[in-house]
Design a protein around this ligand. Structure first.
Ligand SMILES: C[S@@+](CC[C@H](N)C(=O)[O-])C[C@H]1O[C@@H](n2cnc3c(N)ncnc32)[C@H](O)[C@@H]1O
Length: 258
C-alpha cells in the first residue's frame, strides 16, 4: 500500500489515503492525531492495522466469508479486507461510542452504497452476540492485546464467535510488552479453550523503507513501502540482534483444530 497523508488540521484530525500497489483500491481513513482522545486509543490509526491490512491483501482468501472485526478503531483493517476480498458480509465493531461515530464515517466514505458492510457496537465485557447479524467465519483484530484488564472479555468474545470448527481469528499485534502478550497467548486463551499459532513475524526491512513478512515456514515476503514505517501515532519496535520486530500475527481457533 502507498500512503498519502494530509497535514493535521486545527482540530488535529487528518485523513490518510492508502492505495494498494496495483492501484486498484483506494482507502481513505479519517483519524485523530493524538494517541488518546476522549479516553480512547481507537480514534487514531495504529500501524498494526496497516500491517494486518497488507497481510490480508497478500496472503488471505476470504471469498464468500462472513467477517467480523473486533476493536476496529478507525477501521483500516476491516475496510481493507472488505475492499480486497469478495466477502459475503463484513461487520466492523468497537466498544467505544466516539470510535463508533468515526468508524461509521470511515465506512461511509469508503463504501457509499454497499449494504454488505455494517458497523455495530460490540463491547467485549458485555454479551452483545445478538447484535451481530451473522455468525462470522473469520474474525480479525489489530492491536488489541495490550491491557490485561480486558483480556478475559476479549478471550470470551473470541470464544463466543469461534463456534464452528472452520472459523478462526487473525490478530496482528505490535510487541508493546512481551510478558503481557505471552500471558494472553499462553494463559488467557487456554482458559477459554482456545489455541493459537504464530503465522508471521513482521520485521522492519533492512533498508528501513518497508517491512518483511516472515511466514511460519520461514519464507519471507518483502513489502517495500514507507507506509509501514512512518507517521504512526506511536512507534513500538523491539530490537532483537540485527532485527527490528514490528509485529506478530496469530491465528486463533478452538482447541480441537490446531
Ligand atoms: C489500540 S486501538 C486499535 C484500533 C485499531 N484496531 C487499529 O489497529 O488502529 C484498540 C481498540 O480496541 C477497542 N477496545 C478496547 N477495549 C474494548 C472493549 N472492552 N470492547 C470493545 N472494544 C474495545 C478500543 O476502542 C480501540 O478502538
Amino acid at each position: 500500500m502507498v500512503d498519502f497523508s494530509s497535514s493535521p488540521s486545527i482540530d488535529e484530525i487528518s485523513h490518510r489515503c492508502f492505495i494498494d500497489v496495483e492501484l486498484k483500491d483506494v482507502i481513505v481513513i479519517r483519524k485523530k492525531d493524538a494517541i488518546v482522545t476522549n479516553g480512547t486509543t481507537g480514534l487514531t490509526c495504529w500501524r498494526a492495522s496497516a500491517i494486518l491490512a497488507e497481510y490480508i491483501r497478500l496472503f488471505c482468501d476470504f471469498t464468500d466469508k462472513n467477517l467480523l472485526e473486533l476493536g476496529s478503531g478507525c477501521g483500516l483493517s476491516g475496510i481493507a479486507a472488505t475492499k480486497y476480498h469478495n466477502l459475503q458480509s463484513s461487520c466492523l465493531t468497537d466498544g467505544n461510542d466516539y470510535v463508533l461515530d468515526q468508524l461509521k464515517e470511515n465506512v461511509d466514505i469508503n463504501f457509499p452504497q454497499e449494504n454488505y458492510i455494517s458497523v455495530r457496537k460490540l463491547d467485549w465485557n458485555i454479551n452483545y452476540k445478538n447484535q451481530i447479524p451473522i455468525l462470522p467465519d473469520i474474525i480479525i483484530g489489530a492491536d488489541l492485546i495490550y491491557d490485561v484488564e480486558v483480556f478475559t472479555g476479549l478471550c470470551q468474545t473470541l470464544k463466543n464467535f469461534l463456534e464452528t470448527p472452520n472459523s478462526y481469528a487473525i490478530l496482528a499485534q505490535n510487541i508493546r510488552n512481551r510478558d503481557t502478550l505471552d500471558s494472553f497467548l499462553n494463559k488467557e486463551l487456554t482458559k477459554q479453550g482456545l489455541k493459537y499459532k504464530r503465522i508471521a513475524r513482521v520485521l522492519l526491512h533492512k533498508s528501513g523503507h518497508g517491512i518483511c513478512f516472515e511466514k511460519e515456514n520461514g519464507n519471507t515476503v518483502d513489502c517495500l513501502n514507507e507506509v509501514f514505517c512512518s507517521n504512526y501515532s506511536f512507534d513500538y519496535k523491539s530490537k532483537i540482534g540485527n532485527e527490528v520486530l514490528l509485529a506478530e500475527i496469530f491465528e486463533i481457533r478452538m482447541n480441537i483444530n490446531i
